[in-house]
Design a protein around this ligand. Structure first.
Ligand SMILES: Nc1nc2c(c(=O)[nH]1)N[C@@H](CN(C=O)c1ccc(C(=O)N[C@@H](CCC(=O)O)C(=O)O)cc1)CN2
Length: 287
């Protein structure tokens, strides 16, 4: 164990090839680093390889900058998309909400208890309803109302806040406004939405009403990265629960709330722990 309790996470995605695990573990050994855990996946369809290795520096391990410079030679050889992340650095989340409070409430509980190892410097909403909940948690609340005519200005203000607060991840916790393609591009790979259906079923607004009208026997929730295509972004986490003909739309929503909470929190936790790697329009999520 090193004195400063430093720990890093190396994430890799690259064209599949023999010897990658050997080269990476050999590199870390040469840099005097201790591997704590490692996971990898070779996708035979996309022919890409994914790896996540957690390591702690030894007495002779160079600093993170020097380590990254040294690793870049290995990365180039295998055409890697890679990152070395500080496992002890808390990711900074901006949570966007509208009027529904259950996902925000759940995230804030997990944040307050330390289960969600992240910082939440601010909450943004297009409605004032949830300001009291933010105040209870002593988190700054920004009421940023939006209409079809003011959407551009509102998104500019949200973007300024993201930059000023050095936000790492934006979480749409039942935020009921569709982000513009421009905003989605700016937030590519770092904006997670909770959709209240088992996608790809029931995209868009009012999925519980759609589900009730369809007479489904399962309802679910999906956490996905946000793209310009509504509810089409790469899926991160999903869950379902059984329902039956006796379930009214209100009862479907009540059961759905607990599903949404669990799905969103697992997705956010996976992101902040650098366990999600992009695989085209899909994800690889390491346990
Ligand atoms: N660019 C994206 N923006 C958002 C996504 C997304 O996948 N891509 N997910 C939504 C959340 N959502 C479903 O999960 C959703 C939210 C809102 C609507 C919708 O039709 N909203 C209306 C306005 C509603 C209102 O005035 O309150 C609209 O924007 O025209 C559909 C689906 C979050 N954003």
């Amino acid at each position: 164990m090193n004195a400063q309790n430093k720990k890093y996470i190396l994430t890799i995605s690259c064209p599949d090839h023999t010897g990658i695990v050997a080269q990476v573990s050999g590199f870390l050994a040469d840099q005097d680093a201790f591997i704590n855990e490692s996971a990898h996946f070779g996708d035979s369809v996309s022919d890409r390889f994914f790896m996540r290795t957690v390591f702690t520096p030894g007495p002779y391990t160079p600093d993170a900058f020097e380590l990254a410079k040294n690793f870049s030679r290995v990365a180039e050889r295998f055409q890697m998309v890679w990152g070395i992340h500080d496992a002890n650095r808390k990711q900074r989340l901006l949570v966007l909400v509208s009027k529904f409070d259950h996902c925000l409430n759940d995230l804030l509980y997990r944040y307050r208890t330390g289960e969600l190892n992240a910082d939440i410097p601010a909450i943004v909403s297009n409605h004032p309803d949830l300001e009291e909940l933010a105040q209870w948690h002593d988190i700054p609340f920004y009421h940023m109302p939006v209409t079809k005519d003011t959407k551009d200005e509102q998104e500019e203000a949200v973007w300024d806040l993201i930059q000023n607060l050095e936000i790492d991840l934006v979480v749409l916790a039942r935020y009921m406004q569709i982000l513009s393609p421009r905003m989605c591009e700016k937030l590519r790979g770092r904006c997670i939405n909770i959709h209240h259906s088992f996608l790809p079923s029931f995209k868009g607004a009012n999925p519980y009403r759609q589900a009730h009208e369809r007479g489904v026997k399962l309802i679910g929730a999906t956490a996905h990265y946000v793209t310009g295509d509504l509810d089409e972004g790469p899926i991160i986490e999903q869950a379902v629960e059984r329902v039956d003909h006796t379930f009214t739309p209100e009862k479907l929503k009540a059961v759905g709330r607990d599903i949404e909470n669990g799905v969103l929190s697992r997705a956010v936790r996976a992101h902040v722990e650098h366990r999600i790697l992009m695989n085209g329009m899909k994800t690889v999520v390491f346990k």
